[in-house]
Write a protein that binds this ligand. Structure first.
Ligand code: GDG
Length: 458
């Protein structure tokens, strides 16, 4: 059997046992088999550029190979081109794109360095699976080093139509890099369509009938493969946590009131300000909910070196402070707000306590929190999922209360509907959602991707 080699920007090295926020790390942990190799950045920043040979470690039968980045490279490659250009662009936020050619050069150089460090570790039968927008040119760089293995790429963010993608300086080069893979995967049909339209309009290549693009004699197959979670495992964790100390403390602190929950990396794509505005409007328009519900927003800090993330934090501090100041009673606060991550088990337990899960990103590739919230519910007395129509998950989870995340009034209306929904309707919606979350798991996601990469049907 061939060995699986996973490549991602950040490798969760086995010594890191703390809680992790981030969809990729969580989904891959559910999918990795013993014998695999995981390659990428160690997460360490050094004063000077790192040497090429990767550092190797092993845990639970999985090998980890990592390289470091210098502070300078981190700034240009990670905070700069990856998170200051590609991330906002792929989330339709052209106004936040800050392109600098030196950052793009560094982005290419780091992808070259990844390829130089990875190529010597590869065996002839290895199957290579590259993840996410930081590493788009990696496949092309491996090919340039004579690697002929099957190489696939999965994009965890949305993909945009050509009208948006054209704004990217070097759009042609980035698209051509994607075409150097054997398989390019997206969460939804809409994203794949956007990609194929870009290839057509910007590169002038016509995709074939089976969503393939042929460039320079090589064919790249574009597939739709929605990511999922280990639903069974997550549900079991939620049940275990229900009997644990933290959930007990949480329930005692609610004193019979309803809990609403939001869990996100602190990111402008997640629609946090509009969501809190929506909750404030619920309290303004429906005074009957005051003192009856509290909103817990867990927003683990991320990418703090990027300006927009610092500004978002200030905006959130302000709206949380305003809402608390305006509506609190001496024995009740409307909003609880944490920027530290929680343990995964605790999170699962809190989802189960919550009467509504509020997932309202302005754009999201998939959004695993939506699926985790569904998996954690008690089917006898389930909570209600409020979900943005612009999350990839909305393509599957149609029985959620679907909202436009740009409209705080619509969010407030959905919250009112959720808080007043009868048990039978909650159960019926949850039954349908549960079936979908159990059918579209992390395991199915990786099996389908690897089948496509091996040239088999999923
Ligand atoms: C990208 C795409 C796509 C969050 N806070 C804590 C915590 N988390 C965990 C959640 C969830 C994960 O992090 C977040 O995943 P998402 O999918 O919601 O979002 P991104 O990080 O933006 O992920 C996204 C995903 O990749 C996979 O393809 O769905 O669209 O943007 O698992 O539970 N975990 C813990 N404490 C926290 O405070 N333990």
């Amino acid at each position: 059997m061939s060995r699986l080699v996973i490549v991602s920007n950040r490798v969760p090295v086995p010594t890191e046992r703390g809680p992790r926020a981030g969809g990729l790390a969580v989904a891959m942990a559910d999918a990795l088999e013993p014998g695999s190799l995981w390659f990428g950045w160690s997460g360490k920043r050094t004063a000077r550029a790192a040497t090429v040979p990767a550092v190797l470690a092993e845990a639970d039968g999985i090998s980890y190979a990592t390289i470091d980045l210098s502070d300078y490279e981190y700034r240009l490659f990670y905070s700069g081109f990856s998170n200051g250009v590609l991330w906002p662009l792929l989330h339709f936020r052209l106004g936040l794109v800050h392109y600098r050619s030196e950052e793009y050069q560094c982005y290419r150089a780091i992808n070259r360095r990844f390829a130089e460090a990875l190529a010597p570790l590869l065996g002839p039968d290895d199957v290579i699976w590259v993840h996410d927008y930081h590493l788009i040119p990696l496949g092309e760089e491996l090919r340039a080093r004579g690697v002929t293995n099957r190489i696939g790429f999965f994009l965890h963010t949305p993909f945009v139509p050509p009208e948006v993608f054209r704004a990217l300086p070097r759009a042609e080069q980035i698209l051509a890099s994607l075409c150097a893979y054997d398989v390019v995967g997206f969460h939804t049909e809409e994203f794949r369509r956007g990609f194929l339209r870009c290839v057509h309009d910007i590169l002038g290549l016509a995709p074939d009938a089976d969503h393939g693009v042929t460039m320079g004699g090589r064919r790249a197959q574009a597939i739709v493969d929605p990511i999922g979670i280990d639903a069974e495992g997550f549900a079991a964790a939620a049940e275990r946590a229900w009997r644990g100390n933290e959930v007990r403390r949480m329930r005692a602190s609610m004193a019979g009131r309803a809990l609403a929950i939001g869990v996100d990396r602190l990111d402008y794509s997640k629609g946090l300000v509009q969501r809190l505005d929506g909750f404030g409007r619920l309290l303004a328009q429906h005074p009957e909910h005051r003192q009856r519900v509290s909103f817990l927003q867990v927003a683990a800090r991320s990418r703090e070196d990027v300006n927009e993330y610092q500004e978002l934090r200030i905006a959130l501090d302000r709206i949380v402070g305003d809402t608390i100041g305006q509506y609190s009673e001496f024995d009740w606060v409307p909003v609880r707000y944490m920027t530290r991550p929680l343990r995964r088990g605790t999170l699962a337990g809190f989802y189960r306590v919550a009467r509504m899960g509020v997932v309202t990103p302005l754009r999201d590739g998939m959004n695993l929190v939506a699926k985790e919230y569904v998996a954690a519910q008690d089917s006898r007395d389930p909570g209600v999922l409020i979900l943005s129509r612009f999350a990839g998950a909305a393509e599957e989870l149609t029985e959620a209360l679907i909202v436009n995340p740009f409209d705080p009034d619509e969010i407030a209306d959905a919250m009112h509907t959720a808080l007043t929904m009868r048990l039978e309707e909650r159960q019926a919606r949850h039954r349908a959602l549960r079936e979908k979350v159990w059918a579209s798991t992390a395991r199915r996601f990786s099996e389908q991707f690897l089948a496509a990469l091996a040239g088999r049907d999923g």
